[in-house]
Design a protein around this ligand. Structure first.
Ligand code: PLP
Length: 304
């Protein structure tokens, strides 16, 4: 018998580790049928998890908000995701932990009777923007699509209610943009598919306070700005204010601080990657070597 090939990634499902291509969930799981799930993504960079505790805290908080129980302790989750990374032999990885609703007994539509399921996987690191886009800065389209209101689906619980994001992204790509920002229906910018947003004007950072996932990268940016003595305001960010900003950037575990140099095709500031943005981007990667935030992985043997 040949041994399984984990080189493209590894997953944990139904109590066992499988190659990512073989990973699946039950078709009748409400996670699939109703997007009824909470999840989190933590990254591994240079052989260490970055801000693992913050991601685990948020995962458990998301589950609580959606009345989900992953049925796993913190240590068990760390054990599972570490083993996924180790099996795949990845030094840089995108690691997802998921809790789906599962399903209630046949005939019941009572979510309280569902047996929730935990799943996880590790695949190679995922970037929200490619190298060329990161070097020149992104052209972000302001979408007319409104983000699902917070009163309907709590955006602080990391979730798969992404149809608004996906349709907005189609529109932005069709219009020649690189990615998209959604609004709150009252002229405020909220977030986009996989990221938070910051505007920088006169050395002050502004990021939306409400209607967003409280990104771990957003938090890292706020802490980095504090360490550099840059003021940060958490408040509503009007689309017009973003258009008139000196600089802007996106923040995401999928690439850290990602410069924005155009909004709807119009240049921000001098049209080049901003100075504050570049400082924060570089510091973001430096902080990956800080033992306060990094959890090294014991691979045991050679890894790629
Ligand atoms: N907002 C949304 C909707 C997201 O899906 C994500 C990340 O995937 C973010 C913001 C950024 O969060 P983080 O910095 O924790 O990756």
């Amino acid at each position: 018998m040949t041994s399984p090939d984990f080189s493209a990634g590894a997953a944990w499902q139904r109590g066992e580790f499988v190659p990512i291509a073989d990973a699946s969930i039950a078709m009748t799981d409400w996670g699939f049928l109703r997007s009824d799930a909470a999840y989190d993504v933590v990254t591994v960079w240079d052989g260490a998890f970055f801000r693992l505790d913050a991601h685990l805290d948020r995962f458990f908080a998301s589950c609580r908000r959606f009345r989900l129980d992953a049925g796993k302790s913190r240590d068990e989750i760390v054990g599972i995701i570490t083993h996924c990374v180790r099996l795949a032999g990845l030094r840089s990885s995108y690691v997802e932990m998921i809790c789906t609703r599962g399903q209630p007994p046949w005939g019941s539509r009572d979510p309280r009777q569902a047996v929730n399921r935990f799943h996880a996987f590790a695949v190679p690191y995922v970037w929200i923007a490619n190298e060329e886009q990161r070097a020149r800065g992104l052209n972000v389209v302001m979408s007319g699509v409104r983000r699902i209101p917070s009163a309907s689906v709590d955006p602080r619980a990391k979730n798969y209610h992404w149809n608004d994001m996906t349709m907005a992204l189609f529109g932005a790509l069709d219009a020649g943009g690189d990615t998209v920002l959604l609004t709150d229906g009252a002229g405020g910018v909220v977030e986009g598919p996989g990221f938070n947003v910051f505007a920088v004007t006169g050395g002050r950072l502004v990021t939306p306070a409400e209607g967003v996932l409280e990104g771990v990268t957003r938090r890292t940016v706020i802490e980095m700005a504090q360490s550099l003595g840059l003021p940060v305001e958490l408040r509503a960010l009007a689309a017009e204010e973003l258009r008139g900003a000196d600089e802007a950037f996106l923040s995401s575990s999928g690439g850290g601080v990602l410069p924005v140099t155009r909004v709807d095709g119009h240049e921000l500031g001098n049209g080049r990657v901003g100075e504050v943005t570049a400082r924060l981007r570089d510091l973001y990667w430096e902080w990956h070597r800080d033992p306060r935030y990094s959890t090294p992985i014991a691979y045991g043997g050679e890894v790629s």
